[in-house]
Design a protein around this ligand. Structure first.
Ligand SMILES: [Cu+2]
Length: 219
């Protein structure tokens, strides 16, 4: 137990970095990170309860009130915790869905093994980029996710959750970056021998659409 406690900082250090869902850079990813902590809190509380019950079961015999430990704690308390985490999941899940509003729409097309992204320039022309998705900062962006061949998955951990790229189907996911910058993305569904190479970047621009003719790294 002592080792586990001492190694906690090391374990938490692994949750750091540009692919961490626990370092959100937008409101959608922020809500997902919040839900992660709520789920962790609920799991810890129930795990502690089970460990206490186990300790009592294997400890020396003693008189216990069955109504308290079985009904109130074992049943009702657990139901309250599970209901709260379920409610939090439904609440967050509903709030991060794409809506019919003025969100910017871009496209992400997956192919073994890379990403082709499309956005519109100021003249309304389609601009295609490989493995680099341009989006506006501080604006909701809906990504239309498609696939050429097998199932892939579009994931930018600091901006949103995952969305599968399925052949013959268009899935929509909303992402948002609070501020200009570059965010790491990857394919989150094993899709063959080149899966590990399916990394990409998302560049969030203060000005939209961006002028890519001079320098795409204008942020
Ligand atoms: Cu993949």
């Amino acid at each position: 137990m002592k080792r586990l406690v001492l190694s906690a900082p090391l374990l938490l250090a692994a949750c750091d970095g540009p692919l961490s869902t626990l370092q959100p850079s937008g409101s959608i990813a922020g809500q997902i990170a919040w839900l992660w902590w709520v789920m962790l809190g609920g799991a810890v509380v129930l795990t502690v309860l089970v460990l206490v019950l186990l300790a009592m079961a294997f400890g020396r015999p003693r008189d216990v009130d069955g109504r308290v430990w079985t009904h109130r704690l074992g049943l009702w308390f657990s139901l309250v915790i599970l209901s709260a985490t379920l409610g939090a999941g439904l609440w967050v899940g509903e709030r991060i869905l794409p809506r019919d509003d003025d969100a910017v729409v871009v496209e992400a097309h997956a192919v073994q093994w890379g990403w082709r992204f499309t956005h519109e320039d100021a003249a309304g022309n389609r601009v295609e980029t490989d493995d680099l998705l341009h989006i506006p900062a501080a604006t909701p962006v809906d990504v239309l996710v498609t696939s050429e061949d097998v199932i892939h998955s579009f994931w930018v951990p600091q901006l949103a959750g995952k969305m599968d790229a399925i052949p013959g189907r268009t899935n929509r996911i909303r992402i948002e970056a609070d501020s200009p910058g570059t965010y790491a993305g990857l394919c989150a569904e094993f899709c063959g021998s080149g899966h590990a190479r399916m990394r990409f970047d998302v560049q969030a621009h203060a000005d939209w659409p961006p002028d890519l003719s001079e320098d795409s790294a204008d942020e």
